[in-house]
Design a protein around this ligand. Structure first.
Ligand code: ME8
Length: 646
């Protein structure tokens, strides 16, 4: 039995998952399911990338500890993948203990190879990309490649001798198997490496959310060394003999084109240094835009992955994402295209094929699968030949990482089957009483449907399961590609008509509904302020307002919170015996000394929260200017500290 190991990137947990995260993981799931159908021993790894400056800052912005942030957001990814019914074998987190062990062993090996040395890094860094950039990769304070802001970094750092591996990397890119795909991406990365490699800074000292550098805990390991190693730790890391387990080397690292350099330059170089086999393939897919535009929260076209999963049936989502673009090309997520593919391909072609065939079986031959006869009728022979070609085409397309071609072949076989029924006209033979010919035709149609369902099950698993269920084929073996020998559908099985496989989507009806919702919202706005409407309009009762205790607090002292860029620790007099301690996200807007002695508005009956180990016992009220400065509500000395604001 062959092994097949496929990975997705592990996703940053600074925010919630979106359509791009869903895409990569769905495509990887399609491959995992297909290779399981080949009878391979498959390992499908996905997970979350939880260390680094970007995550630490996201936690600071929220005023919470990084661990709390990563626990919360990693769970969102895990929940999403469950909702999407993905079949991963492990969901890895870089905060998992076994992962850390593997990372430390990687570093130990890289050191042993003499590839790590201490020096000073001076240059640009983007926290958003967690990447270092050379001077010529920067324009107007931003990385040209990604548009992300960069900051100047000057600090002691451990370096990895990346330059040492230039020739070996080129040799790898040029090897016959073309391990970096698509070829255009291989050429891109090859040209980059050919242009010369600089050694890579692999540690930082100005923040601490990460794996401490072995023997020098002042340094925290560069997040990409940590993150990339997940691909090894996910399948057991190193065993006692220092060997990597049976699934390594990985068959496919499926990634987006944004992180090609990390996977096709840094990762293989780390592995070469550590004496570990290189992955068999790094495949970079393209980028989705939404309605023709780059997705962004500010543009309002950001598609939350949970909402996506609520809006469309899972099979349709998978079908659209795979069928719409060749793997490697960019795509445009447009509702009309999804609806069109649903209505004309899934519903009209596949859904209709299954529906009309099963109904004819029920009404012409008592709903029972007839016995198979190797007929010599030219249409039957042609259909059997077509089936074999499709099977070979699907396998070949998946080997070449062209799932859209595999799907296209399957759907065109479904079309052939519809055409076969149209041409052979079983209803005519039924009328004439030639039941034998009816049986031959319907057997061929049913067997063709079985082939379609088995081949399509990696792409549209729910529909495939319903179809196979309707033919009483419910065992794991029934899903295997090995079951595809023409005539394999057992005689005597009862044939049912499955529930509607694909509901047609009526775009006009959706538009009308949206119009109506807008009208209702308009009406609600109009009636805003009317008595008794508080629930609908979002107004609150006076009593609810009074439940919030707002007081004037006098800031007695203020200081920076160590290790946090944005936080200040305040001590404030709110009219009680003891001062309250407050952790506030004001450090970017206020110098601590300018706050001392000021009287400001604060909420004094919030449940205390712990931030960076400090218990915060009140909240300072602030309003953000367009420039991002936090302005405070000040009160003059005439008001005593602790006075209630109402
Ligand atoms: O880069 N279209 O994590 P990340 C298609 N933690 N795919 C998209 C996409 C889009 N618009 N947006 C995102 C990281 N993706 C690192 C990876 S791996 C050792 C560490 C997908 O959360 C695509 O797969 O920024 C891309 O590579 C990935 O999400 C980036 O996820």
């Amino acid at each position: 039995m062959a092994n097949f190991y496929i990975t997705t990137p592990i996703y940053y947990v600074n925010g919630a998952p979106h359509i791009g995260h869903a895409y990569t993981t769905i495509v990887a799931d399609v491959f995992a399911r297909h290779y399981r159908q080949r009878g391979d021993d498959v390992f499908f790894l996905t997970g979350t990338d939880e260390h680094g400056l970007k995550i630490q800052r996201a936690a600071e912005d929220r005023g919470i500890e990084p661990q709390e942030l990563v626990d919360e957001n990693s769970a969102k990814f895990r929940d999403l993948f469950e909702k999407l019914e993905l079949s991963h074998d492990r969901f890895i987190r870089t905060t998992d203990a076994d992962h850390k062990e593997t990372v430390l062993e990687m570093i130990r090996r890289m050191k042993e190879s003499g590839d790590i040395y201490l020096d000073t890094y001076e240059g640009w860094y983007s926290a958003s990309d967690e990447a270092y950039y050379a001077e010529d990769e920067i324009e107007d304070g931003k990385a040209v490649a990604t548009g992300s802001e960069v900051e100047w970094v000057e600090e002691a750092s451990y370096f990895f001798k990346l330059s040492k591996y230039q020739d070996q990397l080129i040799e790898w890119y040029d090897s016959d198997t073309v391990p970096v795909r698509p070829k255009a991406r291989r050429n891109e990365v090859r040209a980059f490496v050919d242009g010369g490699l600089k050694d890579l800074s692999i540690s930082r000292t100005t923040f601490d959310w990460g794996i401490p550098f072995p023997d020098d805990p002042e340094h925290v390991l560069y997040v990409w060394v940590d993150a990339l190693t997940n691909y090894l730790s996910g399948v057991g890391g190193f065993d006692e003999a220092g060997e990597t387990g049976g699934f390594w080397p990985c068959d496919v690292h499926l990634i987006g084109k944004d992180i090609l350099r990390f996977h096709a330059v840094y990762w293989p170089a780390f592995l070469l240094s550590a004496g570990v086999d290189l992955p068999k393939q790094v495949f970079a897919h393209g980028w989705w835009t939404v309605e023709g535009e780059k997705m962004s929260k500010s543009k309002g076209n950001w598609i939350d992955a949970f909402e996506l999963a609520d809006e469309y049936p899972l099979d349709l989502l998978r079908y659209f994402m795979v069928r719409e673009i060749p793997l490697g090309s960019d795509g445009n997520f447009v509702q009309e295209r999804i609806v069109e593919r649903n209505n004309s391909e899934l519903a009209d072609n596949l859904g209709n094929l299954v529906n009309r065939t099963t109904k004819m079986v029920q009404s012409f031959i008592d709903g029972e699968v007839p016995a198979y006869t190797e007929t010599q009728n030219e249409h039957d022979v042609a259909l059997r030949k077509a089936a074999d070609v499709i099977l070979a085409t699907v396998r070949d397309a998946m080997n070449k990482r062209e799932p859209h071609n595999a799907l296209d072949a399957i759907m065109s076989f479904a079309k052939d089957l519809n055409q076969y029924i149209q041409t052979t006209q079983p209803w005519k033979y039924n009328k004439e009483g030639d039941i034998e010919r009816v049986q031959h035709i319907l057997y061929h149609a049913l067997e063709g449907i079985r082939w379609v369902a088995v081949l399509a099950s990696a792409f549209v698993p729910d529909a495939a399961q319903k179809i196979l269920g309707a033919l009483q084929l419910t065992s794991d073996d029934d899903l295997q590609l090995a079951s595809l020998k023409w005539g394999g559908l057992p005689a005597g099985n009862t044939v049912e008509t499955p529930d509607v496989l694909f509901d047609k989507i009526d775009l006009e009806a959706i538009a009308k509904e949206e119009e109506q919702t807008k009208m209702v919202e308009k009406k609600q706005k109009k009636s805003k302020g009317k008595k008794g409407d508080s629930e609908k309009t979002g107004l609150v009762e006076f009593g609810d307002f009074m439940n919030i205790e707002l007081r004037v607090g006098r800031i007695e002292s203020a200081e920076k919170v160590e290790g946090a860029d944005k936080l200040l620790k305040l001590s404030a007099d709110v009219g009680e015996d003891n001062n309250r301690t407050i952790v506030a996200g004001l450090a970017k807007s206020w110098d601590p000394s300018d706050l001392e002695g000021k009287q400001v508005a604060m909420v004094t009956n919030l449940k205390p929260a712990k931030l960076f180990g400090i218990k915060s016992e009140a909240m300072v009220l602030a309003a953000e200017t367009d420039e991002g400065k936090l302005e405070l509500a000040f009160f003059s000395e005439n008001v005593k500290p602790g006075t209630r604001i109402s």
